[in-house]
Design a protein around this ligand. Structure first.
Ligand code: PGA
Length: 247
């Protein structure tokens, strides 16, 4: 009932020439009908990317619909450009832009109100995991960042341990299973069991073609949020194919 979702997050990478990668990605996605595939390019490329045949998303949005916020983009602007999804609360923004759980929640509400799927990111730092606090930290992020009335069609949660992003390191399968189960439990307490049962929970952090099958086979892992390995079709297509094979 939860369709696997593989999302590429290009971060501040890619130019018009990079859009050529979308051709191969779209071909692979079309050959893997059991799963959903999306790419979140820099906002400047969203409109140009919408003809690719795969879903396109933003990497952030402002909580307000309009106003005096120089340099920011509203959710409605992203939708007008062609975005169907929007990442909110990525750890790089929580760190670099000092976004709080309340900020992330407001952005998620704005994204949903504009008609997008909000991908709410959570994840612990290495120090928090070493201290044994990983599950508690992520549970608090879920409580603070997920809108109270979120529905499964409009909410995706991405668990991305900060120490695994861009490092080539991934948690053990047991740790991924424990965390995704804990996130589902927390979502159930917040949204009710029926709604929580439909929310897709993605794993993110150094997912690649070699480790995707094992990660995606874990219970309550409903897809992936992929950074570095989403920048080229050659790196991303094996993840799409692994997801299709896992089902
Ligand atoms: P990575 O990034 O796949 O390069 O580790 C994942 C992310 O930050 O979404």
């Amino acid at each position: 009932m939860r369709r696997t979702l593989i999302v590429g997050n290009w971060k501040m990478n890619g130019d018009r020439a990079a859009l050529a990668e979308l051709g191969g990605i779209a071909t692979a996605a079309a050959a893997c009908p059991a799963i959903d595939v999306a790419i979140c390019p820099p906002a400047t490329l969203i409109a140009a990317a919408t003809g690719s045949g795969i879903a396109i998303g933003g990497q952030d949005c402002h909580a307000a619909a309009r106003g005096a916020h120089t340099g920011c983009l509203s959710a409605g602007m992203l939708v007008e450009a062609g975005a169907a999804l929007c990442i909110v609360g990525h750890s790089e923004r929580r760190c670099d832009q000092h976004e709080t759980d309340a900020d992330v929640r407001a952005k998620a509400i704005a994204a949903m109100a504009a008609g997008m799927i909000a991908i709410v990111c959570v994840g612990e730092t290495e120090a928090e995991r070493d201290a044994g606090d990983a599950v508690a930290v992520v549970a608090a992020q879920i409580d603070g960042s997920v809108p109270d009335d979120a529905t499964p069609d409009a909410l995706v949660v991405a668990y991305e341990p900060v120490w695994a992003i861009g490092t080539g390191r991934v948690p053990s399968i047991a740790d991924v299973a424990e965390m995704h189960g804990a996130i589902r439990t927390r979502l159930s307490a917040k949204l009710g069991a029926a709604a929580a049962g439909g929310v897709r929970i993605l794993y993110g952090g150094s997912m690649n073609g070699a480790n995707a099958a094992a990660l995606l086979a874990v219970a309550d892992v409903d897809g992936g949020l992929v950074g570095g390995a989403s920048l080229t079709a050659a790196a991303f297509v094996p993840i799409i194919e692994a997801a299709q094979a896992v089902g």
